[in-house]
Design a protein around this ligand. Structure first.
Ligand SMILES: [Zn+2]
Length: 212
């Protein structure tokens, strides 16, 4: 299975493409985006990163992962602004793609058609388990996709769902770690927003888990 470009083609014509990094909360999407952008920086390719205006976690002018990696970025309110601001960048990163308008798909297509490498990270499912914003269409249009998995906080199994753990009416900041947990298919319940008090028995391989 080819989920990631194996090499950067050195064609006389610049070849562009779209990569999507999708997954649930705490699956490492932003860290993976930053890793790819950093590799491009090491290769002295001009890079730029965008994120939606509403994402104001941690700091105002950089894309941050939960693990503390950081990179400079622009905040934009509409996907169209990405075309204006991309300039001569060869590699364009877009974080929190799920929060952009539907026009993001066409923007990514135009950039890739123009020879840019476009990397979009975002939640593929919302906390109700439904495809999120422009992500499902982008997953179809992309040349390369990677689905990141987290670890279920209740059983340690691979997790691909974001469980909202506070009540429905509460204000929730984007990326607020207290409001969501990664859950596996068995432990994800969209109808329950209260933190689960249930402590399931851990297997011997999870003896080191902080929850054990
Ligand atoms: Zn589980």
């Amino acid at each position: 299975m080819l989920s990631y470009p194996p090499f950067l083609p050195s064609s006389p014509q610049q070849l562009g493409w779209i990569e999507v990094i999708a997954g649930c909360m705490f699956s490492g999407k932003t860290s993976e985006l930053i890793r790819r952008i950093r590799r491009a920086q090491y290769a002295r390719l001009p890079v730029v990163v965008f994120k939606p205006e509403l994402d104001q976690r941690y700091s105002a002018d950089s894309v941050d992962s939960h693990s503390g990696m950081q990179i400079r970025s622009f905040r934009v309110t509409e996907s169209e602004q990405i075309l204006e601001l991309a300039g001569d960048a060869r590699v364009i990163g877009i974080d929190e793609g799920q929060f952009f308008d539907a026009g993001l798909v066409q923007v990514c297509e135009e950039l890739a058609n123009g020879g840019k490498r476009v990397i979009v990270a975002g939640l593929d499912l919302d906390y109700m388990g439904e495809p999120f914003g422009p992500m499902p269409i982008l997953l179809c249009k992309a040349e390369y996709i990677q689905k990141m998995l987290a670890i279920c906080v209740l059983c340690g199994a691979p997790a691909d769902r974001s469980q909202r753990t506070i009540s429905r009416g509460s204000q929730v900041l984007v990326g607020e770690t207290d409001a969501y947990e990664a859950r596996c298919r068995n432990h994800w319940d969209p109808d329950s927003y209260e933190a689960s008090q249930e402590q399931l028995p851990f297997g011997p391989n999870l003896a080191e888990s902080p929850r054990a």
